[in-house]
Ligand binder design. Structure first.
Ligand code: FES
Ligand code: FES
Length: 164
């Protein structure tokens, strides 16, 4: 097995991590850095539970090798809050009842945040399209879409994420 030393900025902090060639970004976050907010739903790029931001774009972290992230900026769900305050998107998804078991929630929060950064005034259809890669098997999507719409309305995009 070949190991690599990589430097990554994770939630605003620089980390040096030694990773094997076949380790995924998801495994690095969960196993090497104890950032277990990123969930493993399928390990196959199908469910979106492992979504994180990689250089500002949402990606399925189970589909990205850790070694590819040398020099990158990663934001996981742990990086959304600021000064120990939940980000508005986190507040509103709770208020809207958009969380049941919560397994999909970290991925949905990251995808929503990345989407609202690009489109601060979305339609319901655009929100649904943005979240098409994030599967929720218990809450359904009505309340999640409602939460994203509400977050857009309170200009949550003004809140910096840890990588900003
Ligand atoms: S765990 Fe990565 S897409 Fe399901
Ligand atoms: S809240 Fe359970 S999978 Fe979405």
């Amino acid at each position: 097995m070949v190991f690599h030393k990589i430097n990554v900025t994770i939630n605003g902090g620089l980390e040096q991590v030694v990773v094997p060639s076949n380790m995924t970004l998801m495994q690095m976050l969960r196993e090497s850095l104890a950032l277990t907010g990123t969930k493993n739903g399928c390990s196959a790029g199908e469910c979106g539970a492992c979504t994180v931001m990689l250089n500002g774009e949402p990606v399925n972290s189970c589909m990205v090798l850790a070694v590819e992230c040398d020099g990158a900026k990663i934001v996981s769900v742990e990086g959304l809050e600021a000064d120990k305050q939940l980000a508005p998107i986190q507040e509103v998804i709770i208020e809207a009842g958009g969380v049941q078991c919560g397994f999909c929630t970290p991925g949905i929060l990251i995808s929503s945040r990345a989407f609202l950064d690009r489109n601060p005034n979305p339609t319901d259809e655009e929100i649904r399209e943005a979240l098409v890669g994030n599967l929720c098997r218990c809450t359904g999507y009505v309340r999640i879409v409602e939460a994203v719409k509400k977050a857009a309305g309170i200009k949550m995009v003004a809140t910096p994420v840890a990588s900003d």
